[in-house]
Write a protein that binds this ligand. Structure first.
Ligand code: DC
Length: 224
């Protein structure tokens, strides 16, 4: 039987990572945080002094030289390693998020990362979160979700997340950064952030992670 695929897309800070991990854990499925691939790639390239705003001619060579690994511990914590060096914490800054948004406009980079992302399809199933999981990378997914929330709520959640990781930030700056990133993600020509035609929309603004998970769990139980 083919592995089942569940996609969870949505804008920055909507909580899709938290929910996707809860769903993956509930079903015993693999988990893919596609944003962390964009972040790791952007940071690795910028550490090699490659200008992300210019056309990266040898992107293929550069991407092939990068080995991106995820490790999960029993508590659902994910660690990310690029060429065996831990990137977990350093890809979570707003600076890296902005760089990821830049590399996300590069058609060649997206194509290469699509191949990398599809390698995560493994039995019994996969839960993948990102921007174009349901519209592009895993178009054949068995069930697709698109999460939304107001920019204020998303900034608040991001602030708490950063605080937990010991990274300082302030709310007005985060709102500003999120609005810029929403604009870049929705207005880019390739794979813009839009719900798939067959996606189930879930507004999470007024709900806790546990409440959103319960709603999604109900739909997954019925449809998977
Ligand atoms: O989900 P995130 O904040 O970690 O993603 C960082 C950036 O990566 C985001 O602004 C756009 C890009 N991205 C993308 O273009 N497509 C994806 N599937 C995931 C992320």
């Amino acid at each position: 039987m083919n592995p089942k695929i569940i996609t969870i897309d949505g804008p920055s800070g909507v909580g899709k990572g938290t929910i996707a991990l809860m769903v993956a854990d509930y079903l015993g499925y693999n988990y893919l945080d596609s944003g962390s691939l964009y972040r790791s790639l952007a940071l690795a390239l910028s550490e090699k002094k490659i200008d992300l705003t210019k056309d990266i001619d040898d992107i293929e060579k550069n991407i092939n030289e990068l080995e991106i690994d995820f490790k999960y511990d029993k508590n659902g914590k994910t660690s990310i390693f690029v060429n065996k060096i831990e990137f977990t914490k350093k890809i979570r800054t707003e600076k890296v998020a902005k760089m990821a948004s830049q590399i996300a406009k590069n058609a060649k980079a997206r194509k290469m990362l699509e191949v990398v992302q599809r390698r995560y399809i493994k039995a019994p199933g996969l839960v993948a979160d990102g921007r174009d999981m349901g519209t592009k990378v895993f178009n054949e997914a068995n069930i697709k979700f698109f999460l939304t929330a107001s920019v204020e709520k998303r900034a608040e959640r991001r602030l708490n997340q950063l605080k937990d990781q010991g990274i300082s930030a302030n709310l007005p700056n985060l709102i500003h950064e999120l609005l810029l990133r929403d604009k870049a993600d929705t207005e880019r020509t390739i794979s813009p952030l839009v719900p798939a035609n067959d996606a189930i929309l879930v507004d999470t603004s007024e709900f806790s992670a546990a409440e959103v998970f319960n709603k999604i769990k109900e739909l997954v139980d019925k449809n998977i």
